[in-house]
Design a protein around this ligand. Structure first.
Ligand SMILES: Cc1ncc(COP(=O)(O)O)c(C=O)c1O
Length: 422
């Protein structure tokens, strides 16, 4: 039987009533996971499966979270406030001030912070809510790094904007080239998404990069939506946050982060938007009218998690151990360099095996039971091709033993399988 998401994708495109409904999402490709099923379904794997597709942390979350949820369970009976609890916003403002050395309460918990139920929906909603209908009497542009986290393109579609896929390749340090866009293009750009450390490449923007990007956005009156959900998973120095580069002026800037990766609480759905008070007020209002607020017991658990760094340090150490092992196993094979942060290996199968990521993903599944994502599904076609085509993405979410097993299977794959198949 077809998976419900595959069915939904078919409905959007095949439905004869499609013209009667808003079909602005029809052109969006199905999610990478649905496309992977189409690529691998029906193909038996020669070894026990290890799924390294989804970036869902498998490390334990801090045990105190369960206690705090239980202690506050009476509050499940109450409607939560749209901006989150005062205490959680205060904990977030304090954490941001400490993490980015902003000084005490540089961010006002009421004016600069709003609590959201994870950042995926918040990124989508912010683009939809803040992108104007026109810019300079033209259709606005939403600039999206390419490859990218797929909800950005859904946000651009919701806003009725043109999505501009801004290549972030090895040649440009896996971040978009800030000099690549013309003045004319910038005049139409209303929203810029940026992710650092980036999913999938792990590249981290430095202070100069953030400052330049913020300056460009302000000069051209565009809003910068900075997705920093991997900020706490790093392998050397802590990645610079855009708030550090902002120098106390948050105009045109919103930062998104959550407990999903920092605290392995992807299922808690607890995060925040922080930055420009005018934009925060708009998002707060929208949440009060049509948003799903974060339940009060979750706010209490979130505040406790933001006030504890011990579990974050321990979590980072688990990832660091796996990335150190990957470095020892891979060296610079697959054109790889240990990234600034994040939880993925972004490997160039074309360099290593002479095949694209889709072919590599099939072979890794067939012969080694490794389920990985073809990079092509995480990026879009541009004039210079799809920058993900030559890559596979491997989520390093498992425990050390499973990771070792997976890396051994990856590096033991005999490349002659590809030449034989040609
Ligand atoms: C780049 C990026 N941004 C945002 C998210 C959304 O995370 P959450 O909604 O759990 O905060 C993810 C999740 O994997 C992600 O990879």
């Amino acid at each position: 039987m077809a998976h419900p998401l595959t069915k939904a994708a078919a409905l959007v495109t095949d439905n004869p009533r499609a013209s009667k409904v808003n079909d602005r999402f029809a052109a969006l490709p199905a999610s990478a996971f649905v496309r992977l099923r189409a690529l691998l379904d029906g193909r038996p794997a020669a070894m026990a499966a290890i799924d390294m597709t989804i970036g869902e942390p498998r490390h334990p979350f801090p045990p105190f979270v369960t206690d705090v949820l239980a202690e506050n369970s009476a509050d499940y009976g109450r409607y939560p406030p749209p901006g989150g609890s005062d205490d959680l916003r205060a904990a977030i403002a304090d954490w941001l001030g400490w993490r980015y050395d902003l000084g005490a309460r540089a961010l006002d918990p009421d004016a600069n912070v709003v609590v959201v139920n994870g950042t995926r929906e918040a990124l989508f909603n912010s683009c939809m809510a803040l992108c104007p209908l026109e810019k300079g009497r033209k259709q606005p542009i939403v600039a999206i790094p390419n490859p990218f986290y797929q909800c950005y393109a859904a946000g651009a579609a919701a806003a009725g904007a043109e999505a501009l896929f801004w290549n972030a390749t090895a040649e440009t340090g896996h971040l978009p080239d800030l000099a690549a866009l013309s003045q004319e293009t910038w005049d139409r750009i209303a929203v810029v998404f940026m992710c650092s450390p980036a999913n999938p490449q792990g590249a981290a923007a430095d202070r100069a990069y953030w400052s330049k990007l913020l300056e460009l956005c302000r000069t051209h009156n565009a809003v910068l939506l900075a997705d920093e959900c991997y900020s706490e998973l790093y392998y050397d120095a802590p990645p610079t946050g855009v708030l550090e580069a902002a120098g106390g002026d948050f105009t045109n800037l919103l930062v998104f982060n959550s407990l999903s990766k920092r605290s392995n609480l992807a299922g808690l759905r607890c995060g925040f938007i922080a930055g420009d008070p005018d934009l925060i007020a708009r998002m707060w209002k929208l949440r009060s009218l049509g948003g799903a607020p974060v339940p009060l017991p979750v706010c209490a658990a979130g505040a406790a998690a933001y006030r504890d760094e011990t579990h974050v340090i321990a979590n980072r150490a688990l990832y660091a151990e796996k990335f150190t092992h990957a470095e020892a196993k891979l060296g610079n094979r697959f054109g790889w360099r240990k990234p600034g942060g994040g939880m993925f290996l972004w490997l160039n199968s074309q360099i290593e095996w002479g095949v694209n990521g889709a072919r590599a993903a099939q072979a890794l599944w067939d012969l080694a039971g490794l389920r990985v994502l073809p990079g092509q599904y995480l990026a879009r076609e541009t004039e210079s091709g799809n920058p993900g085509t030559d890559y596979i993405r491997i989520a390093m979410v498992h425990d050390m033993a499973t990771t070792e097993d997976a890396l051994l299977r990856l590096t033991s794959l005999d490349p002659s399988v590809f030449t034989k198949a040609r």
